[in-house]
Design a protein around this ligand. Structure first.
Ligand SMILES: [Zn+2]
Ligand SMILES: [Zn+2]
Length: 104
């Protein structure tokens, strides 16, 4: 089911989308600019599906960050709609985005 006021359910294409299928989509995060995978359902998948979805994210992350990446499964802003970030090794934001406090 979809929840009307959920940012992830509305799935607006505010950034570059890398992938989508009937289960999920992968796009750059509006905040971090790192690739983020979002389940199409509002809620949390079972462990088996979660593993499969993280596999999809890892494929995109390894192409984007050949020097390594880590999966950040913590849902800070929207805890009840499953999503996960892939972040560059040793970093949090994508290198294309200068951190707000470091902007020149
Ligand atoms: Zn949602
Ligand atoms: Zn983010």
């Amino acid at each position: 089911m979809r929840t009307a006021d959920c940012l992830l359910c509305s799935a607006e294409r505010l950034t570059t989308w890398h992938f989508e299928d009937e289960r999920c989509w992968v796009a750059d995060c509006l905040v971090c600019a790192t690739p983020m995978i979002v389940w199409r359902e509002h809620g949390l998948p079972d462990a088996e599906l979660e593993t499969a979805l993280l596999g999809v994210l890892s494929e995109h992350a390894s192409a984007r960050y050949p020097d390594g990446f880590w999966i950040d499964g913590e849902r800070r802003r929207i805890p009840d709609h499953w999503h996960a970030h892939a972040r560059p090794a040793g970093g949090f934001f994508d290198p294309s985005r200068s951190a707000p406090w470091a902007a020149t």
